[in-house]
Design a protein around this ligand. Structure first.
Ligand SMILES: [Cu+2]
Length: 135
């Protein structure tokens, strides 16, 4: 029978343990911010009877997060093409609206909550521009 000196055994366990820790650290390493697909965050304020900004420009395929708050009463944000329809409460609390601008085009941003006399004319514009082909 081969006997292993205790100090060698301990050293082997320590090395194996560090290798495991190293592997785990690699797996949980944060993504490079340049390649992470974080959404583009756009703050929008809804107020009688406009959205500000009234025109939002994004690229086709971009992940978008609208962070919407109301400057007065309850409003709604609707972009039919991207199945967006969310209430924005009174009081300034923000609502996150996440979607992917998957198709190029010009789309209406509508208020989906009856908010007063100018409600029917309360709209904004989302312009989704196709990315130029890389040559
Ligand atoms: Cu409205």
């Amino acid at each position: 029978m081969i006997s292993i000196p205790p100090n060698v055994f301990i050293r082997a366990v320590a090395v194996a343990g560090m290798a495991l820790l190293g592997g785990a650290a690699l797996l949980s390493a944060p993504q490079d911010p340049a390649t992470a697909s974080a959404p583009r965050v756009i703050a929008v304020v809804a107020k009688r009877f406009t959205f500000q900004p009234s025109k939002i420009d994004v690229w086709e395929g971009e992940r978008i997060r609208l962070v919407v708050s109301s400057a007065d009463g309850v409003h709604g944000v609707q972009i039919k093409k991207f199945r967006v329809n969310k209430l924005v409460p009174r009081g300034g609390e923000t609502v996150n609206i996440d979607f992917v601008a998957s198709t190029a085009g010009t789309y209406e941003i509508l208020c989906s909550e009856e908010c007063g006399e100018g409600h029917d004319s309360m709209s904004g514009t989302l312009v989704v521009t196709a990315k130029p082909n890389p040559q």
